[in-house]
Design a protein. Structure first.
Lengths: 249, 298
């Protein structure tokens, strides 16, 4: 009988050990309590990254309010470092240090593992980002007039970091290799100066950054759409590859 | 009707430089099978297929009645798996791991976990990263034993352990075996450990099952005969003999299905049977593997 990838697509037919009677199992992919436990496990292991990034972000926002560009660069560095740490520690180190073997020996499918991994990574990344965004908005109110023109640019900058993060997570889930991690980090880091130079010069963005009003121009919305599309596409590719994979160790 | 704990039927897996070749084996409930083979024989690949960490290219695998990999969630809920290259989270404590595993398995036994902590001389507040290799293995064993799984799958669990730690770990397995419903698949290249706890032995080499039988059957069937052979005497090769190694006037015969008639055949040929000795499992394993390789012309 041929098995391999074909068997994983078949509905399960099991036999009860005591009776020998065949039973049907529910689809494993819907085991939400198990996914929740794996997410909680990852968040516990990420806790110092989350806390550290939030504190570093708060410091960089404070420096931004005093020295402008220097603080902003520090802020961007914090976001980039958070993404890299979570992806590297959560996915690559788990594979390299063989803790993946422990996790996959639990009653979980590789697809559930992937779902939990992505969900935990997104939460670990977005929690500090959202906290810092809320603090940044709060700081804006302290200015008179508030520099609200920066808001759309800041949002698409967050969008870039989210897209980069999802790309890196997907790349490491698919390859699980250090060399690809280095390549991914280099590539995503290159997008930051490129983004700053190109996007600030685009009509519908550059002229509003220093203004008092947040202008959500079609350019801003298009860039945001592209960033979200890239993020979703990267994760979708990772799920597709994982669902077709036959070897997980 | 009872279903075997493990059933492998013609299971194959092909890699660039290694092929697991149509492996078939069966482990009944309440039995302990020692999977013995040299490094690279296919023990870990077989176990990884059993755990659905790797999917077979062909063949059928059923674990505790569940077809794998489709039924892996249900099967793994009743499997305790420990491998020598499995690691726990280095930055977390043993207590955190115990809480995590307990949250997943409703059968977690707090009292047994406490007893294992004491027996293995571990403390919940210890950080995994600071444990020695032996302590890490014992911590991993504690996490699987305390949930009282119906099937224990152990891939080289005693590798790298000092003699005392090995003794503690094997003693714990013996206690687990007191429960007739539990089954154990124990992979090792250490035949002493396997001989100590297994009911059944499966020898595996170069991706193939060489032989599989009850331990007692192996120990009963295999014998080593020392012969004195006068010059000019040619030795026959009766049925049940795996190998005849002759040097001058002496010959060493390895029988894989020994009966006293084999002695008579050699005596009739002019040789004198000096001694018939039982073989250790390690000797049986080596002789078995070498005989199989010779049979296949490898």
């Amino acid at each position: 009988m041929n098995a391999s990838t074909k068997t994983s697509a078949n509905p399960e037919r099991s036999t009860d050990l005591s009776t020998g009677a065949a039973t049907s199992a529910p689809r494993a992919a819907t085991d939400l309590p198990m996914i929740r436990r794996l997410v909680a496990k990852d968040l516990y292991l990420y806790r110092w990254f989350i806390l550290g990034a939030t504190l570093a972000g708060l410091v960089s926002l404070y420096v931004t309010s005093l020295h402008g560009v220097t603080g902003f660069i520090l802020f961007l560095t914090t976001l980039a470092a958070l993404g890299v740490f979570i992806a590297m520690y959560g996915i690559l180190v788990e594979r390299k240090e063989k803790t993946l073997l422990f996790v996959l020996s639990l009653p979980v499918t590789p697809l559930q593992y992937t779902a939990a991994k992505v969900l935990a990574a997104l939460i670990a990344f977005l929690v500090p980002v959202l906290v810092l965004a809320a603090v940044a908005l709060g700081l804006n109110i302290a200015f008179d007039p508030p520099p609200n023109g920066e808001i759309p640019f800041t949002v698409i900058t967050f969008g870039l970091f989210l897209a980069n993060f999802c790309f890196l997570v997907a790349l490491l889930l698919i390859t699980g290799m250090e060399i690809w991690a280095v390549a991914g980090i280099l590539l995503t880091n290159l997008t930051i100066p490129l983004f700053m130079n190109v996007v600030t010069g685009l009509p519908g963005i550059g002229e509003h950054i220093r203004g008092p009003v947040a202008v959500w121009s079609p350019t801003v919305l298009s860039i945001l759409g592209i960033e979200l599309f890239v993020a979703v596409l990267a994760l979708a590719v990772a799920f597709t590859v994982q669902s077709r994979r036959t070897d997980f160790i | 009707m009872t279903v075997p704990a493990i059933e492998f039927s013609e299971v194959s897996k092909r890699y660039d430089f290694f092929t697991l070749d149509a492996i078939s084996l069966s482990l009944e409930r309440g039995q302990i099978m020692g999977l013995v083979g040299p490094n690279g024989a296919g023990k870990s690949t077989s176990i990884r297929i059993l755990m659905s960490l790797v999917q077979q290219d062909a063949g059928e695998v059923r674990v505790l009645g569940h077809a794998m990999p489709a039924g892996q969630v249900r099967a793994k809920a009743d499997i305790g798996f420990v491998s020598d290259d499995m690691r726990l989270f280095g930055t977390a404590t043993l207590g955190w791991h115990m809480g995590f595993v307990k949250s997943i398995y409703p059968g977690w036994d707090d009292a047994y976990a406490a007893r294992l902590l004491k027996r293995f001389y571990l403390r919940p507040e210890q950080t995994i990263g600071k444990l020695s290799h032996g302590e890490r293995v014992k911590a991993a064993l504690l996490l699987v034993l305390a949930r009282r799984p119906r099937l224990l799958v152990l891939d080289e669990p005693t590798a790298g352990l000092d003699p005392v730690a090995r003794h503690e770990v094997l003693a714990e397995f013996m206690e687990v075996l007191a429960d007739d419903e539990r089954s154990i698949l124990f992979s090792s290249h250490n035949t002493v450990d396997v001989e100590q706890i297994s009911d059944q032995i499966t020898f595996i080499d170069r991706g193939r099952v060489v032989d599989s039988n009850d331990k007692e059957v192996f120990l009963e069937r295999w014998r080593r005969l020392s012969l004195d052979v006068p010059a000019g005497t040619s030795l026959p090769a009766p049925a049940g003999v795996a190998e005849v190694a002759r040097e001058g006037h002496a010959a060493l015969v390895t029988a894989n299905d020994y009966t006293p008639e084999i002695d008579a055949v050699f005596e009739q040929a002019g040789a004198k049977v000096r001694a018939v000795q039982r073989m250790t499992l390690e000797e049986i394993f080596i002789a078995n593997v070498m005989h199989d390789r010779k049979e296949r012309g490898e």
